[in-house]
Design a protein around this ligand. Structure first.
Ligand SMILES: [Zn+2]
Length: 75
């Protein structure tokens, strides 16, 4: 299945917020980084209107990883 993307990921404003502590912990484990300051998650709703995009970016860098990294949905 192709990865969905949203226009917000490509824009420089709005709809992104910094990570909450548990999310930062997840990203540290996932990437092996010790410092994940500056990473932001996209809160725009996808086309189905229910799920958030949740792609990660680093400040205005749209693609900080080789492949898009999506924060897991909250459980
Ligand atoms: Zn997005």
């Amino acid at each position: 299945m192709p990865k969905k993307s949203c226009a917000t990921c490509k824009s420089l404003q709005e709809e992104h917020r910094f990570l909450k502590p548990p999310e930062a912990d997840w990203l540290k484990k996932e990437t092996g980084r010790k410092n994940v300051d500056g990473f932001m998650v996209c809160e725009a709703l996808l086309a189905d209107g229910e799920k958030q995009c949740r792609n990660l970016r680093h400040y205005f860098r749209e693609k900080p990883f080789k492949e898009p990294l999506r924060l897991p949905d909250p459980t």
